[in-house]
Design a protein around this ligand. Structure first.
Ligand code: AMP
Length: 286
């Protein structure tokens, strides 16, 4: 039987706990999440637990990173089930503040990035990354971790976080966690729960089509034609729309014309209102 995991809900409580841990000489890891935890999240806990003494998992569905017509209200919230899953991991505690605790009346500050946050997801979800950067900055100030981990599932988010942490001289080491997939290759996501059985079958085509693009780009085919081809294949497979399929530099996230070093393909395809994100590494032929 799993033990209970402590849940803290206020800035004051997390600060007190972190202060005690630091006085005792423990290093602290943070895994920021929006809950509805799956094995992708749990793998982040496992990875960071190998590098730090104490692991805080934050659960906060951050309103400021959702657009007006997005799924903030329907986003899955299942804290009890999340805590049960975390109780059998190496997580030390859950930090689950309320929206009021995070954004009390009068709150008005935002962390904004130019460039990297305006392309790809940023172009499709204006102000999304401002919301992410702001809440992650707050979580860093509240939890004061030595290390924080973010999944490569949200490849651009990881790059955005690395950027503002460097720009603002925030003393937190940011590490990436491997993208975890379902047995059929679909990237694990809390939003997969929205898919009906027909959509779920179509969804599994996304990683297959991207894997094919990776193979062909490594074989030297024209990158722009491959992006276009993948878009057509996704539409034929039953996706309603493709926001982008883009072959980019792994660090700057700018679209590239030729493979000279490791690159990344990032893609978002839609099933109804559900946006499915995926990405894969591309390694140029030796
Ligand atoms: P979310 O709860 O969706 O905001 O995700 C919280 C963290 O878990 C983020 O750093 C995500 O990138 C990461 N994450 C979500 N899904 C996966 C996955 N399938 N594999 C690895 N990391 C993931």
């Amino acid at each position: 039987m799993a033990n209970n995991i402590p849940v803290l809900r206020t800035i004051s409580d997390i600060r007190t706990q972190v202060k005690t841990w630091k006085q005792e000489g423990y290093s602290i890891g943070l895994v920021p999440t929006m809950g509805a935890l799956h094995h992708g999240h749990l793998s982040l806990v496992e990875t960071i637990a190998a590098q730090t003494d104490k692991v805080i998992v934050s659960i906060f569905v951050n309103p400021t990173q959702f657009g007006a017509n997005e799924d903030l209200d329907s986003y899955p919230r299942q804290e009890a089930a999340d805590c049960e899953k975390l109780a059998s991991t190496q997580a030390s505690l859950v930090y689950a503040p309320s929206a009021k605790e995070m954004y009390p009346e009068g709150y008005t500050t935002r962390v904004t990035l130019d460039g990297i946050s305006e392309i790809l997801e940023g172009a499709n979800r204006p102000s999304h990354f401002d919301g992410v950067a702001s809440v992650v900055t707050k979580l860093f100030m509240q939890c004061q971790p030595d290390i924080a981990i973010f999944g490569e599932k949200d490849y651009q988010q990881l790059a955005v976080i690395r950027r503002f942490v460097k720009d603002l001289d925030i003393p937190v080491k940011v590490i990436g966690g491997t993208l975890i997939r379902e047995p059929d290759g679909l990237a694990a996501s809390s939003r997969n729960a929205y898919l009906d059985s027909k959509q779920r079958k179509v969804a599994a085509q996304l990683n297959i089509i991207l894997a094919d693009l990776v193979k062909q780009s490594e074989a030297g085919k024209n990158l722009r034609s491959l992006e276009k081809e993948a878009e057509n294949q996704l539409l034929q497979a039953g996706f309603n729309a493709v926001d982008y399929v883009s072959i980019i530099d792994k660090d700057t996230l700018q679209q590239i014309d030729h493979l000279s070093q490791e690159a990344r393909v990032v893609a978002v395809a839609r099933l109804g209102n559900i946006r499915l994100l995926d990405n894969m590494a591309i390694n140029p032929a030796n």
